[in-house]
Write a protein of this length. Sequence first.
Length: 189
Amino acid sequence: MKIIVAITGATGAPLAIKVIKQLKELNVTVHLIVSKWGKTTIQHECDMSYQTLCDMVDVVHSVNDQSASIASGSFKTDGMIIVPCSMKTLAAIRCGFADNLISRAADVILKERRKLIIVPRETPLSTIHLDNLFYLSKLGVTIIPPNPAFYHHPQTIDDILTDIAVRILAQFDLNHPSAKSWQGLHDHQ
């Protein structure tokens, strides 16, 4: 399986790192694109260098390389995850404004009718943001706001990140061993 992971400059870099780690634990080939501000956010939020992140994945693409393999529909992938997705990137994807490799790769995923997962990171959401999300949802894009679940009684931030990441991977029918499913309050075995 080959999945593109794009990281934009919105807050949420620790979730992106968790998603990449889980994908690699499941032996998925990861193609990575990081925006200019995504690199800054990784350093700030994760205390991790861009190079350390690059060493975690299989293929790294420059955000400015419109000639990259993933910029063409003839290059087969299983889909793309944009985590976190800034509102700027969201707007570019909605309008087909492929001004960098992140929005171009998303455009390719849409035109080839492959799976696109957007993890939007903004709050509160404006009507423009909601309209962009709704429009892309009608095109088949899966929108996964990074909202934590509390029924598993998470004890750490890592517990929360793990839960959200396994939900993202589940969209590709990938079942990470750390996934916990809801068992119901009154179900008995």
